[in-house]
Write a protein that binds this ligand. Structure first.
Ligand code: NI
Length: 183
């Protein structure tokens, strides 16, 4: 397993629509292992392949905060086939948009059909936090971020904040290099 770098906005890869997985092989298993390791290390409760720059319809989740043992889920080519009319509002964050949280309203329950690592068909109803999370992650596979649900002004402020953070990080790295290089 390899810890992968999580892309942050405004990386253009986060806006791409991901392609369905066609081949269910060892490469896919390695990808899912890397996604899980990277998600747990972050730490996060969900991660989509596009967030590590792999533009395939694969996501991982573990929203079982109560349980002591991990409950990882890998969803390949997931599709929401039913949305409950009842909504749930949750203050969402995203590993690709650090230190930013905002309330998003989504269906309280969804039915999702997806494939497993060996290509087997699965169908599952997700509720509560799992429902919020799976909808957030499937959005990633379509190049959509939770800040896209906010107004343009709020979204603009968040994107500008991230650009500034990135510039400061690069500046810091350059300064560190200079310091290292001097006698
Ligand atoms: Ni996210």
């Amino acid at each position: 397993m390899t810890l992968r770098t999580i892309l942050t906005i405004p990386d253009p890869r986060l806006k791409k629509v991901c392609a369905p997985v066609i081949v269910f092989d060892e490469t896919l298993r390695i990808l899912s292992d890397d996604l899980l390791e990277t998600m747990y290390a972050a730490p996060g409760i969900g991660l989509a392949a596009s967030q590590i720059g792999v533009l395939l319809r694969v996501l991982v989740m573990d929203c079982d905060k109560q349980s002591e043992s991990p409950n990882p889920k890998v969803l390949v080519n997931p599709e929401i086939t039913w949305y409950s009319s009842e909504k749930r509002v949750y203050e969402e964050g995203c590993l690709s948009i650090p230190e930013t949280f905002a309330e998003v309203s989504r269906s309280e329950k969804v039915k999702v059909s997806y494939k497993g690592l060996t290509g087997e068909d699965n169908e599952e109803i997700f509720t509560d936090l799992w429902s919020t999370c799976v909808q957030h992650e499937i959005d990633h596979l379509d190049g959509k971020l939770f800040i896209d649900y906010l107004g343009a002004v709020k979204r603009g402020l968040i994107v500008n904040k991230m650009k500034k953070l990135k510039r400061e990080k690069i500046k810091d790295q350059k300064q560190n290099k200079k310091t290292k290089g001097s006698p």
